[in-house]
Design a protein around this ligand. Structure first.
Ligand code: SF4
Length: 177
């Protein structure tokens, strides 16, 4: 068993005061870095970053990032959901590690998104609410890690939910370090 126990912290992201969703961080007793290539192999659409090391995974509507000594999950309905999901994710890590003899590890890494890829997912209205003159400027800064997805407030509109999720999946590891 890789993860013996963990400390759980549940919070509302500071970039979204009053938000109706929660995030959670579980600080792990144990190093799960060796398990990340195995999780990369079994989780659909996971994105592995061996340099961090970290593994980003979109679990339905939730965003999960596995780090060596902690895991983070966002877009949780409430605190009970946080407890349940973290417990499920820890079980997933331990079971995957236990079964590693039957799994071919994957060291495939993601491509870093280009500013154009990020730009195409933004609303494209150049409204300046983010403090940038254009959405293109915002895309450049997002790619450089100088702003976060939450800084584009229009993306919180449900009509952009899918684009927002894609953006978060692209850059989420930088926001959970
Ligand atoms: S807030 Fe969003 S939509 Fe408005 S300019 Fe910035 S990136 Fe574009």
């Amino acid at each position: 068993m890789l993860v013996i126990s963990y400390d759980l912290e549940v919070f509302t992201p500071p970039c979204s005061p009053g938000a109706l969703t929660f995030s959670a961080i579980a600080r792990l007793q144990g190093n799960i870095a060796p398990a990340l290539p195995y999780l990369n192999a079994v989780l659909p659409n996971a994105v592995y970053n061996p340099g961090a090391p970290a593994l980003v995974w979109k679990d339905g509507r939730r965003h999960v990032v596995f780090h060596a000594d902690h895991l983070a999950v966002s877009n949780l309905e409430d605190r009970n959901a946080a407890v349940e999901q973290v417990e499920r994710l820890v079980r997933l890590v331990n079971e995957t590690w236990q079964e590693r003899g039957q799994i071919e590890p994957s060291y495939a890494v993601r491509q870093r998104p280009t500013p154009m890829m990020l730009y195409k997912l933004l609303p494209g209205t150049n409204c300046r609410e983010c403090g940038q003159a254009t959405c293109w400027n915002f895309a450049l800064k997002l790619g450089a890690g100088q702003v976060t997805v939450a800084d584009c407030r229009p993306l919180a509109d449900p009509i952009y939910a899918d684009r927002r999720a894609q953006l978060l999946a692209s850059v989420i590891e930088d926001q959970f370090v």
